[in-house]
Design a binder for this molecule. Structure first.
Ligand code: ADP
Length: 400
């Protein structure tokens, strides 16, 4: 089955055209700066050939029109006719408590997605725009919503209830939801394959460390706790997001700096984390290079980030009792040997022993734990698009 996988953000749409039979992407691309000056669409095919389209892209609908045009372009495209696409799989950030699995989009589901907008005002409206555009541009083609939150709906109440009045959960749905579910799901299943075990028999901790970061405790294949909460702001220190912070401290900042809730939201999500602490960059590569040159604020940002990560790994080891595998993924998790090493310093006694040479370099997907490490440690490149494509196929075939 050919599935167009779309990840619609505020000003960009990332996409892949997936062939589920071949388990590979025929094309991948991104429409950037939608609604802004200098909009551009670029696409790479299987052979790595790059095609671009520059021009005004006023909204998501037009971006998808351009994407379709480039996919079927006689010279630079990868398919002859858009009718070859069997279905469209959409990443949707928040599915609330309603969606514990992926869902075929009809009018009723679309209304339910709209009802979730209040829970994720920064993300869901753009995801919905992508779905609406596909429904109008490709009538009759099935659209499937795949949720970042779905994998975490197995968390017990003890993990998702906040220490605030319970009535606020009942009234406004204020609880911990968790995100990055497709990534945590994918790498846990990949690790199971590498370990040649049944998922029900093992416990894992998965660390997705990219621009956004989260860590998940997985018991017998099910998420039992994760570091992101009601929003993706909670938990680990991220590129531009704060992670855990004393809410009373933020209320104090709002009073002293005269910030309204919108400004405070921007401060926590865009100006905090690695960029906020370092004052230099949200990009880990840049911080590693600055720190190596002696920049103390860059080093501090890395230290705060890795110390927070270490605390979460230790906490989730406690939550799980025993951990069979610890997995690192995402741009930082896959590539930064420094972050992995710093996060695991002193955790030998909890069962995590790195093989220093394997941690330093090797294949992207590899075992990096020492032979006598009680818990296996892996780096595994994530593939959220693959999960979305296969989920879409299963929903269309009535198997999910
Ligand atoms: P996103 O969450 O936007 O998908 P990625 O998963 O691509 O982001 O992660 C981006 C982060 O990964 C950036 O901080 C980048 O610096 C970091 N990164 C990528 N390659 C390396 C590397 N070789 N060493 C350290 N950090 C890296």
């Amino acid at each position: 089955m050919k599935v167009l996988v779309l990840n619609s953000g505020s000003s960009s749409i990332k996409y892949q055209l997936f062939d589920t039979d071949k388990q590979s992407a025929l094309a991948r691309g991104i429409a950037e700066r939608i609604g802004l000056r200098g909009a551009m669409l670029s696409q790479t095919d299987e052979k790595g050939e790059r095609a671009t389209l520059a021009g005004e892209i006023i909204d998501h609908q037009q971006a998808i029109q351009y994407i379709i045009a480039l996919l079927i372009d006689p010279d630079r495209g990868v398919i002859k006719d858009i009718q070859e696409v069997d279905a469209i799989g959409h990443r949707v950030v928040h599915g609330g408590e309603k969606f514990s699995k992926s869902a075929a989009v009809n009018d009723e589901i679309l209304n339910e997605l709209r009802a979730c907008v209040d829970l994720a005002p920064l993300h869901n409206p753009h995801n919905i725009k992508g779905i609406e555009a596909c429904r109008s541009l490709l009538p009759g083609k099935p659209n499937v919503a795949v949720f970042d939150t779905a994998f975490h709906l197995t968390m017990p109440k003890s993990a998702y209830i906040y220490g605030i009045p319970y009535i606020l959960y009942k009234r406004h749905g204020v609880r911990r939801y968790g995100f990055h579910g497709t990534s945590h799901y994918y790498v846990s299943r990949r690790a199971r394959d590498l370990m040649e075990v049944d998922i029900e028999d093992v416990n894992m901790i998965t660390c997705h460390l990219g621009n956004g970061s989260s860590i998940t405790a997985i018991q017998g294949g099910k998420s039992i706790d994760t570091s992101m909460g009601f929003t993706p702001t909670e938990g680990l220190i991220m590129g531009t997001r704060s992670g855990d912070v004393d809410t009373a401290a933020m209320l104090h900042v709002m009073r002293r700096e005269d910030l309204d809730s919108r400004e405070a939201t921007t401060l926590l999500n865009k100006h905090s984390g690695l960029v906020g602490i370092s004052g230099i960059s949200s990009d880990m590569r840049e911080l590693e290079s600055e720190a190596a040159d002696g920049n103390t604020r860059a080093l501090l940002a890395i230290d705060v980030m890795t110390y927070r990560l270490k605390k979460y790994i230790a906490a989730y080891t406690g939550a799980l009792g025993k951990v069979d595998a610890l997995i690192f993924t995402g741009g930082i998790g896959e590539n930064s040997s420094l972050v992995r090493e710093k996060a695991l310093v002193g955790l030998d006694n909890l069962g995590f022993k790195l093989d220093t040479a394997a941690n330093e370099k090797g294949e992207p997907e590899r075992l990096i734990s020492a032979a006598d490490s009680p818990s296996k440690i892996y780096t595994i490149p994530t593939n959220e698009e693959l999960v979305i494509a296969f989920d879409t196929e299963r929903v269309v075939n009535g198997e999910l």
